[in-house]
Design a protein around this ligand. Structure first.
Ligand code: N01
Length: 500
């Protein structure tokens, strides 16, 4: 009987990045620039892009202006529209990755199955589907909108037709002339519905809560504009700055002052009036909570699509799904061939946290299961040394570009790594009291906002009713607090080899 061969020793790296979306790619590029070249990026998909690689549903596009929704260090004068469609954003991320010279350190089609802090080695021991690693630091850039949330509806697993989530679109399915249903009326659904209305024979849209939808001020960039953006020095950054200030000067304040939200609410109601003539349908799509409580959506085509002859907006709650249709609580069964679930993502129970085990042997999922998601500056978590998050707790935005937040966090992490290198620190761990104080302040700021007081349930809130996803202040305030690494908030340890 042959003895099993010993498993290979883990590959030692300085830094292990989880995820190759906007965040992981930015981290890899910027660490490389700093000379932190001994890094590996683990990506479960087959390409860079993250959310923008996965969300290929018809009509997928960004609702943040293109000039803002791109890296400051990789301006793109070639955006075709002021709000980019998904294929252009994905192509942009691919292009940045290809030009960066860091792709040789990316391991695609590979999942992190466990990452455990090893106190004696002062390293993370990481198991992946492509082998084991031992890393000095782990940077989790696994994304907040990466794991589709399927609705818990009786009988749904027994549905006999095509069924798929908006973030896992089945492009093989031909929907032409079919009876299709969409569950959900969030940011994804309102982009999908106008597209499906044009191809489906009949479309049922199941709405649980009516969203606010503002007009989409999208336009194609002219050739002259593109030329100017390419050749006039500073023009792109002027565009970016103008769009930033336009949003920052207004939106964060309106989350706390309902009167400031009035013009937006008026515009949203005007959008309903413009798109829908039938008073009954208008009433159904009129939201019953304060604007801003849920993400404000933008579309010029959603309401006209709902008003089309081949579309029915169903507001009676779903009771169950049968083999051939959807049954509402009033007992009506609507037969369908295809069911699209546009029901969002796991945002407050991030799947990656199940795989991260800290100093005391508990997973981050267990810790956050009790406390709710909480980190220091959205980046560091007590009991999880040398672990940095990008797009961590309370770094999400409803009004501006996540790329700005990502770049802020990457800058903070770079400075942390510089500090480690400069002082020869082996371990950094945020002080629990500092983390708690930071989060108490965040939650105090959340209390008067429309996200808490606006009378809606949203994916921003966790099971305890706390908003653990959004950043409650201006993006400039976040940039300010992540501008330099505040080592005084951390416990530091020298390498064990240097200890007497
Ligand atoms: O998901 P959502 P999404 N029965 O969670 C409904 C970003 N994004 O994929 O409102 C019936 O917002 C649910 O109803 P309710 C953006 O940050 C950005 O649309 O909870 N319905 C809701 O209508 C966005 O916020 C872009 O009552 C059920 C919908 O499903 C985030 O992604 C584009 C249900 C889920 O909406 C998520 O958007 C697209 C059930 N059991 C997305 N469960 C950009 O342009 C859920 N629903 C940048």
């Amino acid at each position: 009987m042959s003895t099993p061969s010993p498993s290979p020793a883990p590959r030692e790296v300085d830094h292990l990045v989880i995820g190759a979306g906007f965040a992981g790619l930015a981290a890899a590029i910027k660490l490389d620039e700093d000379g932190e070249r001994d890094l590996v990026v683990i990506e479960k998909g087959s390409d860079v892009g993250g959310t923008w690689r996965d969300n290929t549903y018809p009509g997928a596009a960004c609702d943040v202006p293109s000039q803002l929704y791109s890296y400051s260090f990789a301006p793109n004068p070639d955006w075709s529209m002021s709000f980019s469609p998904q294929p252009e954003i994905q192509a942009y991320i691919q292009k940045v990755a290809q030009r960066s010279g860091v792709l040789d350190r990316f391991l695609f089609d590979t999942e992190v199955t466990s990452a455990t802090w090893d106190d004696s080695a002062q390293r993370w021991q990481v198991q992946t589907t492509s082998g084991d690693f031992s890393a000095r630091t782990v940077i989790s850039a696994a994304g907040g909108l990466s794991e589709p949330k399927l609705p818990e509806i009786e009988g749904i697993e027994g549905f006999g037709g095509e069924i798929f989530h908006s973030a896992r679109w089945n492009h093989e399915a031909d929907l032409t002339g079919k009876r299709v249903a969409v569950i959900g009326t969030g940011a994804s659904a309102i982009q999908i519905v106008p597209q499906l209305q044009q191809v489906a024979g009949h479309l049922d849209v199941y709405q649980r809560t009516a969203p606010y939808v503002l007009p989409r001020h999208d336009r194609r960039y002219s050739g002259v504009e593109k030329l100017a953006l390419r050749h006039v020095p500073g023009l792109q950054s002027l565009y970016r700055t103008a769009i930033y200030w336009g949003r920052e000067s207004y939106v964060p304040a309106f989350t706390r002052m309902p009167k400031l939200a009035y013009p937006a609410k008026k515009m949203a109601l005007g959008n309903i009036a413009k798109g829908i003539k039938d008073p009954e349908l208008r009433a159904k799509v009129t939201p019953d909570f304060e604007i801003g409580c849920k993400r404000i959506l933008i579309s010029n085509t959603y309401y006209p699509a709902l008003a089309s002859e081949n579309v029915e907006l169903v507001t009676d709650p779903i009771a169950r799904v049968t083999e051939g249709g959807v049954v509402t609580r009033d007992g009506v069964e609507r037969p369908i061939d295809v069911l699209v679930v546009a029901t969002g993502f796991h945002t407050t129970e991030l799947p990656i946290t199940e795989h991260l085990t800290g100093r005391s042997g508990r997973t981050l999922a267990q810790v956050w299961g009790e406390t709710g998601m909480a980190a220091y500056k959205g980046t560091a978590v007590a009991d999880f040394p040398n672990l940095f998050f990008i797009v961590g707790p309370n770094t999400g935005l409803g009004h501006s570009s996540m790329v700005f937040m990502i770049e802020s966090q990457v800058a903070y992490i770079r400075d942390a790594l510089r500090t480690m290198r400069h002082h020869d620190y082996a371990v950094l761990e945020v002080d629990r009291a500092r983390q708690d104080g930071y989060n108490a302040d965040l939650q105090r700021r959340m209390k008067p906002t429309v996200w808490t007081t606006g009378g809606c349930a949203s994916w921003y809130l966790d099971a305890h009713g706390n908003n653990t996803t959004l950043w409650p202040r201006s993006t400039f305030a976040f940039r300010g607090q992540t501008a330099s690494f505040d080592v005084d908030a951390y416990r530091v340890t020298a390498p064990t080899s240097l200890e007497p």
